[in-house]
Design a protein around this ligand. Structure first.
Ligand SMILES: [Fe+2]
Ligand SMILES: [Fe+2]
Length: 195
C-alpha cells in the first residue's frame, strides 16, 4: 500500500480545517483502496482461467466461467467508479491478491487433477471472494459516507455478485467434498488390501 499524504487537498481555512481534514483523509483512503482492488480484479482475469483449466467438475467449470465474465465487468465497473468521482483510473499492486492467487497456484500444483484439486480450487476461490466481499462492502460504505452515491451503487452491485459467487462455490463444494472424501476412503482401502 502506498503511503497516504494526509496534507493533500486540505483546506487552509482555519475553521474548516479539522472537519475537512477528516473527510479528505477518508477520501484518500477510499481512492487508494479503489486502485488496489482495480489491480486485484485485473489479476483475477488472468488467474481464474488457470483455475478453469485445472477444474474437473462441470458445475465448477461453469461457475468459474460465469464468474470470469462477471470479473471482467468488475474491472470496467471500477473504471466507472473512478469516472464518477472524477479520479484517474490507476491500478496499484495488491499484495493480498497476489498472495491469494499464488496460493491458488500452489494448491493446484500440490494436488492431483480430480475431486481433490477441485476442492482446493473452491477453497482458493472462496478466499478470494471473501477478500472481495470485505473490500467492496467497506468501499461502498465509504462511498456513501463521502456522499458519492453513484460510486456506492456501482460498488454495491459488484458486492452482490461477489456474495452470489461465494454462495455458489459453497453449494458446489458440498458434493465435491463428499466425493473427495470417498476417493480418499477408496484409496485407503485399496492400500490396505495391497498390504
Ligand atoms: Fe470481482
Ligand atoms: Fe469475485
Amino acid at each position: 500500500m502506498t503511503k497516504l499524504n494526509p496534507s493533500q487537498n486540505r483546506t487552509t481555512q482555519k475553521g474548516e480545517k479539522a472537519k475537512s481534514g477528516v473527510a479528505q483523509g477518508l477520501r484518500d483512503l477510499f481512492v487508494n483502496e479503489l486502485k488496489d482492488i482495480y489491480w486485484a480484479e485485473k489479476e483475477l482475469t488472468k488467474a481464474i482461467p488457470k483455475m478453469i483449466k485445472n477444474a474437473t467438475s462441470e458445475e465448477l467449470v461453469e461457475a468459474l466461467t460465469d464468474h470470469l465474465e462477471e470479473t471482467k465487468t468488475h474491472v470496467t465497473r471500477l473504471e466507472e467508479v473512478f469516472a464518477s468521482i472524477e479520479e484517474k483510473v490507476v491500478a496499484k499492486k495488491c499484495e493480498a491478491m497476489e498472495g491469494l492467487t499464488k496460493e491458488a497456484g500452489e494448491i493446484m500444483e500440490a494436488t492431483e487433477k480430480g475431486v481433490v484439486r477441485d476442492a482446493g480450487i473452491i477453497l482458493a476461490g472462496q478466499k478470494v471472494e471473501h477478500y472481495e466481499i470485505a473490500t467492496y462492502g467497506t468501499l461502498a460504505s465509504f462511498a456513501r459516507t463521502l456522499g458519492e452515491d453513484e460510486a456506492a451503487s456501482l460498488l454495491e452491485e459488484t458486492l452482490k455478485e461477489e456474495k452470489a459467487a461465494d454462495e455458489k462455490l459453497s453449494e458446489i463444494s458440498y458434493s465435491i467434498n463428499v466425493d473427495a472424501a470417498d476417493e480418499e476412503e477408496f484409496q485407503r482401502s485399496s492400500e490396505a488390501t495391497r498390504k
